[in-house]
Design a protein around this ligand. Structure first.
Ligand code: 2M8
Length: 440
């Protein structure tokens, strides 16, 4: 006897339970065991799910991000809760010495992709649809958040643009959010670890080693943290000490997306100064993303040391679909490649969803993390930005397939593209958020 698939109502209520269970009051952990803290871009996405449940709670989540903002403008990638079962924790990060860190907040010393203004705009729309008190508290929050968000974007465009290319530069794969994607392989090969660093791989207690980065990769990750700590996380000093420097086209596209959202929010609140600066930023980032497109029609990352483009097709190669651009042919080309037989339409795929890597890629290693699996949060992001651009067909397809994938009610962090097996953590908050936003 086969059991009936859960209804949308059942998926929605299971997803809401995930956010409730992971809620520590002022922050929702990215996942119950593997990630017991607040991650920056996770939290922004999660706030959209929370807004469907309680607008004040969604704003509280975003407030925790704002409170952790460094004086430079950076939003740190982790705000630590009191849980100690995570490595590397606050002490290993060494950010106690960072002058820019607000003293009352324990955080890491790197950033993550700028999706905050984009998600805040979604939260505001949900609040306004509800009306009443929700709308007014959301508006009051926006008025306070405009300047911090503007400073965050400006930091990305200045401190993280040392070579003036306009491509957001990162100093750690963790900043990209796509930690062990083959996008970074060539750059990580330059990272030499002089002596073995003591590690406590708490992640391996909560996820299978075959689904996580290797020890060699982790040694490099930690060495980069040490390099940053050696200059007390000083932005001016970082480019000269870091052995990992990478021009991230996916972050640049997301900066365009969020800058556009921030411009609209600023307009709504009479802040023409911020609106015009953010609109300029968005246009410049979009041009940069378009300019990264190679002969195969895909976006490319940049190696700022060799001053060359990096040709490693991955989900990030479709960044133009996130931010849009002037050239409709380029956009149509990326859309058709992504939907085609090497990517979403690969004959071995269980669902027509955008994978982190094509199953035909020489570097593909599902079940490993960002090297092939399908990520519910990426499904949501690509569907949501497609909807914003008016591509209803793409958005509807990904929503429908993405929801079917989540009928297992595991809310996997990522999924095996061929078998649909949930991998990494279960009860992952941002996967639950995708279900809530799609259904509600
Ligand atoms: C993963 O990254 C963390 C390090 O930041 C880890 O593996 O320990 C990534 O998928 C990242 O994008 C995500 O924000 C984080 C929490 O979900 O997990």
């Amino acid at each position: 006897m086969t059991t009936a698939a859960p209804s949308p109502e059942q998926i929605d209520s299971a997803a809401r339970r995930v956010l409730e269970d992971n809620d520590l009051g002022t922050l929702v952990t990215a996942a119950p065991h593997l990630y017991p803290h607040q991650w920056s871009w996770d939290a922004a996405f999660i706030s959209v799910g929370l807004a469907h449940m309680s607008v004040p709670r969604a704003l509280r989540e975003l407030r925790t991000i704002l409170d952790a903002q460094w004086s430079t403008g950076m939003f740190p990638h982790i705000v630590f809760s009191d849980h100690v079962d995570y490595f590397p924790g606050f002490d290993t990060w060494g950010t106690a010495v960072a002058e820019a860190r607000p003293s009352g907040v324990k955080s890491s010393g790197i950033c993550q992709p700028p999706v905050h203004a984009y998600c805040l705009e979604k939260v505001v729309r949900i609040a306004h649809a509800g009306g009443g008190e929700d709308a007014s508290v959301a508006d009051a929050f926006v008025r306070e958040a405009l300047d911090p968000l503007h400073r965050w974007h400006s930091w990305l465009s200045t401190a993280r643009n040392p070579g003036g290319t306009g491509i957001v530069e990162i100093y750690h794969g963790w900043e990209s959010g796509m930690d062990n994607s083959p996008r970074f392989d060539a750059i990580y090969d330059r990272v030499e670890v002089p002596e073995r660093i003591e590690m406590d791989r708490t992640d391996l207690k909560h996820a299978d080693a075959s689904e996580r980065p290797s020890d060699t990769e982790y040694q490099r990750y930690l060495h980069l943290v040490r390099q940053m700590a050696s200059v007390a996380f000083d932005d001016d000093a970082l480019p000269s000490v870091m052995s990992f420097r990478f021009g991230d086209i996916f972050m640049t596209a997301l900066l365009a997306v969020s800058a556009e959202s921030l411009a609209r929010l600023a307009d709504q609140h009479g802040r023409a100064d911020i609106a015009s600066a953010e609109r300029e930023r968005a246009a410049a980032c979009r041009r940069t993303v378009e300019g990264s497109v190679g002969e195969d029609g895909l976006c490319r990352d940049y190696d700022p040391i060799e001053r060359t483009w990096l040709e490693v097709p991955s989900l990030a190669s479709f960044s133009l679909l996130l931010c849009g651009g002037e050239d409709q042919e380029l956009l149509a080309g990326q859309r058709s490649t992504l939907m085609g037989p090497a990517w979403m339409g690969h004959p071995e795929n269980l669902y027509r969803l955008p994978p982190s890597l094509s199953l035909d890629s020489p570097q593909v290693r599902p079940p490993e993390y960002w090297r092939g699996p399908v990520w519910p949060i990426m499904n949501w992001l690509f569907a949501s930005t497609a909807l914003d651009r008016g591509d209803l067909e793409f958005a509807a397809l990904v929503r429908s397939e993405g929801l079917t994938q989540l009928t297992d009610l595991k809310f996997g962090e990522y999924y095996e593209p061929r078998t649909g097996e949930p991998l990494g953590s279960h009860q992952q908050s941002w996967s639950a958020m995708a279900a809530i936003d799609w259904i509600t």
